[in-house]
Design a protein around this ligand. Structure first.
Ligand code: NDP
Length: 275
């Protein structure tokens, strides 16, 4: 598994998605996001995770065009924001995202949050976009098991991905098992807990043992747990550091040690309360 930076997982519709991507939440829409994306593409990242809500799709598209990397080699994810959910609204929001990115086809379009009473209509619009070939794959984000069960009752297309908060303090084992059973790839947001877990003795210990940073230990743990990961950084040295995770492997025992850190601790909103 996961041998190098270009390694991909085959999603349930046959589309290949890189295991590692660059997250760009909170990267400023202008120069900051452009520089980060160009740097990442130069290093070898081939997946970028943005969203309408991040207000930086334009910069992401610009960086892709300037990078010199062929478009078809890059996997671009964006998401429909909560205020734009519903059938017609989603179709309109998609068109806006597509224009801002300046891309004909989006690789992965996600429902950002399961907005009550709306996400099924949103999903119908996503299915239309998929059938029309405007997106190569469609998925969800922040869906708990009951949201997925509800969606799957009426869906014609099974989401390829569920992107959720995931790190050693929130391992979401039941959700992960459910996703595996339904061939939905789990993807980790805030994999690094935005630094809040750094300094934990287990990370320091494993960092010393493998000669890797705490961030690299967590990101490698994601890969070995078969979770797609999208660490965010706008700092060139960190963008590089976060990609330097393909030359070592954590032992099964150390994977278990990190799994055992779980406290069901969320730093972001709980999907059952947020929307
Ligand atoms: P991360 O866990 O990826 O942490 C990012 C923070 O950690 C930044 O402040 C960054 O700083 C810093 N950092 C990055 N690498 C290192 C490193 N090697 N050493 C020390 N510090 C480091 O948090 P995010 O919340 O950004 O999650 C990642 C991505 O997931 C987002 O960017 C977004 O694309 C997605 N996301 C999706 C959500 C959803 O609802 N679907 C919700 C939240 C995130 P700096 O940039 O200054 O280098």
């Amino acid at each position: 598994m996961t041998k190098h930076i270009h390694s991909t997982v085959t999603l349930n519709n046959g589309v290949e998605m890189p295991w590692l991507g660059l997250g760009v939440y909170k990267a400023d829409g202008g120069n900051e996001v452009e520089e980060a994306v160009k740097e990442a593409l130069k290093i070898g990242y081939r997946s970028i995770d943005t969203a309408a809500f991040y207000y930086n799709e334009q910069g992401v598209g610009e960086a892709i065009r300037q990078s010199g990397v062929p478009r078809e080699e890059i996997f671009v994810t964006t998401k429909v924001w909560n205020d734009d959910q519903g059938y017609e609204e989603t179709l309109k929001a998609f068109e806006e995202s597509r224009q801002k990115l300046g891309l004909d086809v989006i690789d992965l379009y996600l429902v950002h949050w399961p907005v009550k009473g709306k996400y099924k209509e949103t999903w119908r619009a996503m299915e239309k976009l998929y059938k029309e070939g405007k997106v190569r794959a469609i998925g969800v984000s922040n869906f708990n098991i009951h949201h997925l069960e509800d969606l799957l009752r009426d869906a014609n297309v099974v989401p390829v991905v569920n992107q959720v908060e995931y790190h050693p303090l929130l391992t979401q084992e039941e959700l992960h098992d459910y996703c595996k059973k339904h061939n939905i790839q789990l993807e980790a947001w805030s994999p690094l807990t935005r630094g809040r877990m750094f300094g934990a003795p287990v990370l320091v210990e494993l960092g010393n043992k493998y000669g890797k940073s705490e961030a690299q230990i967590i990101l490698r743990w994601d890969l070995q747990n078969e979770v797609v990961t999208i660490p965010k950084s706008v700092t060139p040295a960190r963008i590089k550091e976060n990609a330097n995770i393909f030359d070592f492997a954590l032992s099964d025992e150390d994977i278990e040690k990190l799994n055992a850190c779980n406290e069901n601790k969320r730093f972001g909103p709980d999907p059952d309360e947020f929307v």
